[in-house]
Design a protein around this ligand. Structure first.
Ligand SMILES: Nc1nc2c(c(=O)[nH]1)N[C@H]1C(S)=C(S)[C@@H](COP(=O)(O)OP(=O)(O)OC[C@H]3O[C@@H](n4cnc5c(N)ncnc54)[C@H](O)[C@@H]3O)O[C@H]1N2
Ligand code: MOO
Length: 404
């Protein structure tokens, strides 16, 4: 028997997912594995940086009190390659040859660049012109001990990892990435590589969804392809729910004879929604079972793509205390669109930007099952439900997609 579903708006559906409390899970990992991970603890400097007086140039280190009356002759009393130290006191008009990055002797006040000197006989040099700067980076110039290196909730990048490494930090405590299992369903599905068969289609969402998850911060633990069999689905779901933070199912969520997700969602601990006033993606369903969120996406590739960005991407980011990477802007609909809609229509589109003004262009077929525009789509736009076509150049709500 057909059970009535009560559609809610896109905003309501997003709010319902947003209200699901997510556990904060952290792990401590090597800095060398931490690119794009999000710090769960602020990291502070274990020592001052730099921790020795460092020469910024190749040249000659001299005492501050000898730094006058140029041109002026100095006796060269030593040589300090980077990585070495020199502890002999410097006397009047004595200079030490020093390389960029080397430890400046404690009694030197200036490093004069090589280009400002002339070599003379008998280990002597003539400093011809004065330096404007000391060319010495003093101890603690960048960080004092206990200064904040990087704040909690920051996503690390290669520059940040360099900073941590320079300060001797070897491990960081980060939020654990959400573990996500993907269950694709449908007896019509062929695995990529199988010979083409009448009435069957390749499991394209089985490739699309895991990559969408990975590039938006999740870890894929398992991807399954099931025939339409409720016992198989329930067994897979039970296992996936026990082992993951989020489970994404695909297909079988509508009202067909083999669409088992609908009933599963109704019987779950908490049904968040099972119909959204949007096209494509109206069948998108969300429920919580045993504290795990199950996002049930449509099998139609266009609907699956659209619902992923509207509902799953923000969830993956929230798991690691990050805002969604989708930029919400208003844009001008720069190409005509004539269809009218009972539900809000989410169009796959492309955009141009000029001084912060966005123009958007619907990107080919907007049918739920169409996938020819998934590669080139860079944004989604909302054509609000109405019985009159939207006007050209109307302002439309727009979601600029990350990694697109
Ligand atoms: N009587 C009704 N029929 C349908 C309704 C409705 O309200 N009443 N809704 C339609 C809408 S809207 C959508 S969207 C689809 C949703 O269907 P499901 O999410 O249940 O998915 P399936 O029926 O399993 O498949 C839909 C379509 O997508 C293809 N598919 C499935 N899995 C994959 C995959 N992994 N990779 C690529 N393509 C896949 C499948 O072969 C179908 O063509 O229901 C409408 N029907
Ligand atoms: O739910 Mo369907 O994707 O509206 O077309």
């Amino acid at each position: 028997m057909l059970t009535r579903r009560y559609p809610i708006s896109i905003t309501e559906a997003q709010a319902k997912i947003n209200q699901v409390a997510l556990p904060t899970k952290t792990e401590t990992i090597p800095v060398t594995d931490a690119n794009h991970r999000v710090l769960a603890e602020t990291v502070t400097a274990p020592f001052a940086y730099p921790h020795f007086r460092r020469s910024g140039v190749d040249g000659f280190a001299i005492r501050h009190e000898d730094d006058h009356d140029y041109p002026h002759e100095f006796k060269v009393v030593g040589n300090i390659p980077a990585g070495s130290t020199f502890h002999q006191p410097l006397g009047k008009d004595e200079a030490v040859r020093i390389m960029t990055g080397a430890d400046v002797p404690s009694d030197a006040g200036v490093v004069v660049m090589l280009e400002k000197t002339r070599e003379l006989a008998d280990n002597r040099i003539n400093i011809v012109v004065p330096e404007k700067h000391s060319n010495i980076t003093e101890i603690g110039e960048e960080y004092q001990t206990a200064d904040v290196l990087i704040e909690k909730d920051t996503e690390l990048n290669p520059g940040g990892l360099a900073g941590l490494t320079a300060l001797g930090v070897q491990t960081v405590t980060v939020y654990r990435q959400p573990r996500v299992a993907v269950i694709t369903t449908g007896s019509e599905l062929m695995a990529p590589g199988e010979p083409v068969q009448e009435g069957k289609i390749y499991n394209s969402n089985g490739v699309q969804i895991p990559y969408l998850v990975r590039e938006n911060g999740g870890v894929i633990t398992n991807v399954e392809q099931l025939v339409d069999d409720n016992a198989l689905l329930q067994a897979s779901l039970t296992k996936a729910i026990a082992e993951n933070d989020i489970v994404i199912t695909d297909g079988g969520v509508s009202v067909g004879d083999y669409d088992f997700i609908g009933d599963t969602a109704r019987q779950a601990d908490e049904l968040l929604f099972n119909k959204i006033k949007q096209r494509p993606g109206s069948v998108t369903t969300a429920f919580v079972q045993d504290n795990t969120l199950v996002m049930a996406l449509s099998g139609n590739p266009g609907a699956c793509f659209t619902a992923f960005y509207l509902y799953v991407e923000p969830l993956l980011r929230r798991f690691v205390h990050q805002p969604s990477r989708i930029k919400k802007v208003q844009s001008r609909l720069a190409a005509p669109y004539h269809k009218t809609n009972g539900f809000d229509r989410i169009l796959r589109a492309t955009f141009t930007e000029d001084h912060g003004q966005y123009a958007t262009y619907p990107n080919g077929p907007d049918r739920s099952g169409a996938l020819s525009n998934l590669q080139t789509t860079t944004c989604l736009i909302k054509i609000p439900h109405s019985n009159r076509p939207i006007e050209l150049n109307a302002e439309v709500e727009t979601w600029l997609l990350p990694f697109k």
